[in-house]
Design a protein around this ligand. Structure first.
Ligand code: GLA
Length: 364
């Protein structure tokens, strides 16, 4: 991808790239202030930047038929409203790092879009990296999370943090407020396989509405369970908060909040299982996560459930819907020796991912 991009943008001065991610466990916990356990993947969004004479920000892709570009006069950048296109993700960053002079950004990438692998946050992070030095990466992760609200999703910060802080061969336990990471080595005999259900999980339309509704339901549950006004489920006091969540009067809020507390506990258990090399335990945790996401959090999809079953039949130890859900991909873990067979059984839209490194900014 880098090579193709440099052919399209031969006089680029900066080239930046940012990885997508797979989340092992800890789904829909981040916006509740609770931890996640993702890994950066070896698929990236790349952006080449160069100075241009016109006082505009030119955003274009190497695939303009599919992703048409846009030229935004620098004086109009701050006031540009979201247009519902891919360019919004670049503008989200550019409004916070406005170029002093005319700049062209050329975008390429191989993170599968609408798959729950966070191509959109990779694009936001790559744009930040193309426009300026990252500075403190944990702080930038939080700023990128806020920036992404520009596109209308109330996302929680996992995707930006893993893209900026990922470590090869490791999953990261990420905590929030402020962003903190603990790198957890992945056992050598563990393979992480991702497969697409064929149902597109768009960060727009119904999936976004469903996602934002979950954010709001959790915020309501948090207050009912004693968090201060404006607080999150992480702010709910008491060791017994899972039990109290199950007893909430509103059965919908009870299911949502109980899932989130249980899922957060699974993150800690998964870290222990990985450190102990206990793959069987990890398997049980992933399967429990999928059940909760399907039945209590209601973010799965029949096609995704079928794929989870197919993965287990084909030798996966554990499998579950990954990312926001509402379609998209599953993540499956298996022993390394079974990975090729599992990928083959899951069809052409399946990949094995190695845990990759973080976003990079290079001067050319
Ligand atoms: C999306 C959001 C993340 C996170 C996941 C669900 O990917 O961008 O912040 O909430 O959904 O875990």
């Amino acid at each position: 991808v880098r090579q193709r991009l440099l052919e399209t943008a031969p006089d680029a001065r900066i080239i930046a790239s940012a990885p997508g991610r797979v989340n092992l466990i800890g789904e829909h916990t981040d916006y509740n202030g609770l931890p996640v356990l993702p890994l950066a993947i070896d698929r990236r969004v790349w952006i080449a930047a160069r100075r241009i004479d016109e006082p505009t920000l030119q955003v274009r892709s190497i695939d303009p038929e599919r992703y048409p570009g846009e030229a935004i006069p620098l004086v109009a950048l701050a006031a540009r409203a979201p247009s519902g296109t891919w360019v919004d993700y670049v503008v989200a960053a550019a409004q916070r790092r406005p170029p002093a002079r005319g700049t062209e950004l050329v975008v390429a990438g191989d993170v599968p879009p609408e798959a729950g692998l966070s191509s959109s946050s990779a694009l936001v992070v790559a744009a930040f990296m193309a426009l300026a030095d990252p500075g403190d990466r944990a702080e930038l992760a939080d700023e990128a999370r806020c920036a992404e609200r520009y596109v209308g999703t109330l996302s929680g910060g996992m995707d930006q943090a893993i893209s900026l802080l990922g470590r090869p061969g490791h999953a990261l336990r990420i905590d929030f407020r402020p962003v903190r990471v603990e790198a957890v080595p992945l056992p050598a005999d563990l393979a992480v396989v991702v497969a697409h259900s064929g149902v597109r999980a768009r960060k727009s339309g119904a999936a976004r509405a469903g996602y934002n509704a979950r954010v709001q339901e959790c915020a309501r549950a948090a207050v009912e369970l004693g968090a201060p006004a404006g607080g999150l489920l992480a702010d709910v006091p008491g060791e017994d908060r899972l039990t109290r969540a199950q007893q909430l009067d509103d059965p919908l809020l009870a299911r949502r909040a109980a899932f989130v507390f249980a899922e957060a506990a699974r993150v800690a258990q998964a870290v222990r299982a990985l450190r102990a090399g206990d793959v069987e335990q990890l398997w049980a945790l992933l399967n429990a996560s999928h059940r909760g996401l399907r039945d209590d959090y209601e973010v799965s999809h029949p096609a995704v459930d079928a794929l989870v079953e197919a993965a287990r039949d084909a030798g996966a130890l554990g499998a579950r819907v990954v990312g926001a859900g509402f379609g998209g991909c599953i993540v499956a873990v298996c022993r390394a020796a079974h990975a090729d067979g599992l990928v083959a059984a899951l069809g052409s839209d399946a990949w094995r991912f190695a845990a990759a490194g973080p976003a990079v900014r290079e001067q050319l």
